[in-house]
Design a protein around this ligand. Structure first.
Ligand code: PRX
Length: 633
């Protein structure tokens, strides 16, 4: 635990060291892990390629650093504490020893079904300990996992299976989420009709739903582990071998597979976890994310378990069976660090203070926020009523591509400022640039957020398409990683994230490409053209507003709007369903035929009086009609 920074001067010292001598700095942190062979060189990089390598020729297995390493000293300490959807169903606690045995056993089960090093495995599962076991078992045998959030549709799942040519799918019969029982296996079956690479499907029994098992392909989890040994040698992995692929949305095309590798991701997820949350041995830590997102990867599974922490996993939703469920769980397990998303805070804030009253929340030491900008009102509510005014609130800015937290207070060590992510972690060199890519070095500036030096958790490529990685992140500003976010540095030097500056919207902390939603809408046979923008939404942060040109024959406006929502639901999943659909006679276009999204954003945000100059449009007359028909709340 020697790498835990505990004072502001310690932070300044470490930060300076990380900039002046990055290789020395990261080597010292790397040394606290078990390597099967030490690296030859700490870093090689070139942001033009891009080509970034950390801990070159180092050999390791991340699960040895999570499991084997912790067995002797703290094998009996809880690693995963699982809280089921129903409060009266008994939870599960797995100690490090038990987790070790289960991971090894499932590793052997996967091997027996023909999966080995380098094979891709899709995990499409509910929030049960087996989801984490599945991830770790893949890592143990060198298979590359790609977790797909179990709310995605069969066609989204099929796209991901096809893109990474997965050999195996790990899933469940069904899924409990609040009052709902969700079909999971049926979605997998439908997806696999449009794929050709999957040889085996292992099905974890969770709901007891009546499902079809395809002979020769499908096998129950409990049958697969039957008779398998609880010991499994860890595959020797190169530091730069792939650990996982995680699909995320961008401003164009289909979601891309962000690739993270074994060595750098291990070091970065551990280091950032330890320092941001100021984890102390014995603490109970809870992150409410789903393992289908990067937050679940780095801060439910890898970071906490690398640090030997107790990590809580919750299957359900914040408001089921009542709006105090989160707080009930905090008290039940005496949670010390609690990490959630602004959208959950705003949703709970809307229920008032009553649901908090029965709970003491006295165990809390640190509270955290992730996924989207947290507005000041939600910040204060969270800080005052959950943190009781005396827990540092870490507003953590990062991305799927960064692997771990990049800008955040270190709880209680560096200053907290409402709605500001704050200062960068050691090893992170953020810059704010103007439209031409010039670095704006002083305080009180605003521009686009880039990072000018690699950190160990940076993505290495986008799976199967390195050029796309280059175009998306490394071409906008030469020699820099471009985040897609706007940011402001205030007079004290603290960074405030302003949100996306590209065609990506952030709905309840979930990233969505507007093009992706448009493509889904355009699948409806009556749709001629569509344009999707985000607009401010009280709970979700941003809502999805779709402008659609349709052939109305044989449909009422209402029925068509519903069909359009259902089409998106089917093609992407419920999280992408537009909140508002407006049928329009045309879309405002420039003379070169490009949709003027600026105008559509203003109308969607209720700022039609601030449209600016529309005279250069090809079809200025549609603007009036769009304003008139705008969907209000
Ligand atoms: O716009 C930023 C926003 O979420 C984006 C990254 O989304 P994703 O890859 O899905 O990862 C989410 C969890 C790390 C960023 O480009 N974002 C994330 N955290 C914050 C944030 N915006 C403001 N403040 C944050 N703390």
């Amino acid at each position: 635990m020697s790498h835990k920074i505990q004072t502001l001067s310690g932070y300044i010292h470490e930060y300076q060291k990380s900039v002046l001598q990055p290789e020395v700095f990261w080597a010292q942190i790397g040394e606290s892990f078990h390597w099967k062979k030490r690296w030859d060189k700490v870093l090689e990089w070139d942001f033009e390629g891009p080509d970034v390598k950390w801990f070159l020729n180092g050999k390791l297995n991340i699960t040895e650093n999570i499991l084997d390493r912790h067995l002797f000293i703290m094998g009996d300490r809880p690693a995963i504490v699982w809280e089921p959807n129903e409060p009266d169903e008994e939870g599960v606690t797995l100690t490090y020893k038990e987790l070790y045995a289960k991971v090894c056993q499932f590793s052997n089960a996967m091997k027996a079904q023909g999966v080995g090093k380098g094979d891709r495995v899709i995990i499409y599962m509910p929030m049960v300990p087996e989801a984490a076991i599945a991830m770790l078992a893949c890592a143990r045998i060198g298979a590359v996992h790609s977790v797909v959030f179990a709310g995605f549709s069969s066609s989204s799942l099929a796209d991901r299976v096809n893109d990474c040519e997965a050999k195996m799918v790990l899933t469940s019969d069904g899924n409990f989420r609040g009052a709902k029982k969700i079909d999971v296996k049926g979605v997998v079956d439908e997806a696999l009709e449009n794929t050709s690479t999957v040889e085996k499907v292992i099905v974890y029994q969770r709901t007891g739903a009546d499902i079809a098992m395809k002979a020769g392909r499908d096998i129950w989890w409990h049958d697969a582990i039957q008779g398998q040994s609880e010991e499994c040698p860890a595959e020797v992995m190169d530091a730069e071998d792939m650990l996982f692929i995680l699909y995320t949305s961008g401003s164009t095309g289909k979601p891309k597979g962000v690739v993270h590798t074994c060595g750098g991701y291990m070091v970065y997820s551990y280091y950032s976890f330890l320092n941001v949350f100021q984890y102390t041995p014995g603490d109970v830590y809870w992150c409410t994310a789903d393992v289908g997102w990067i937050t679940g990867h780095s801060y439910i599974v890898y970071g906490p378990l690398l640090a030997g922490a107790t990590t809580v996993m919750f299957e359900g939703v914040p408001t089921y069976p009542h709006a105090g469920r989160f707080w009930e769980i905090v008290d039940k397990y005496q949670v010390n660090q609690f990490y959630t998303a602004p959208t959950a805070i705003r949703a709970l804030q809307a229920h008032g203070l009553e649901p908090l009253e029965p709970y003491s929340l006295d165990s809390l030491k640190v509270i955290g926020s992730v996924g989207e900008p947290i507005n000041e009102e939600a910040w204060h509510w969270y800080h005052d009523h959950v943190g009781k005014g005396n827990c540092p609130l870490v507003d953590t800015w990062w991305q799927t591509e960064t692997g771990g937290i990049m800008i955040s207070a270190l709880a209680g060590v560096t200053p907290n400022k409402p709605a500001h992510a704050g200062l960068p972690l050691p090893g992170v060199q953020p810059v704010i640039v103007d439209a031409d890519g010039n670095e704006l070095k002083s305080n009180n500036v605003q521009g686009n957020l880039c990072v000018k030096f690699p950190w160990p958790g940076i993505l290495r490529t986008t799976y199967g398409d390195h050029e796309r990685c280059k175009q998306t992140y490394f071409s906008t500003y030469k020699g820099m990683y471009f985040t897609g976010d706007g940011a402001k540095r205030d007079h004290d030097g603290y960074l405030r994230i302003l949100g996306r500056v590209d065609d990506v919207i952030n709905v309840s902390g979930h990233r969505m490409g507007t093009a992706e939603v448009e493509n889904a809408i355009n699948e409806h046979p009556k749709v001629v053209e569509s344009a999707v923008v985000g607009y401010p939404h009280e709970v979700k942060g941003q809502g999805i507003y779709a402008y659609v040109i349709c052939d109305m024959e044989g449909r009422t406006e209402e029925s068509l709007k519903n069909e359009i929502r259902q089409t998106v639901n089917k093609i992407i999943g419920p999280i992408a369903k537009p909140d508002k659909v407006q049928i329009v006679p045309g879309l405002p276009k420039t003379r070169s035929g490009k949709i003027m999204r600026r105008i559509l954003r203003k109308v969607a945000s209720g700022e039609s009086d601030q449209l600016g100059d529309t005279s250069t449009l090809l079809n200025p007359e549609v603007v009036e009609a769009i304003i008139e028909g705008a969907v209000k709340d």
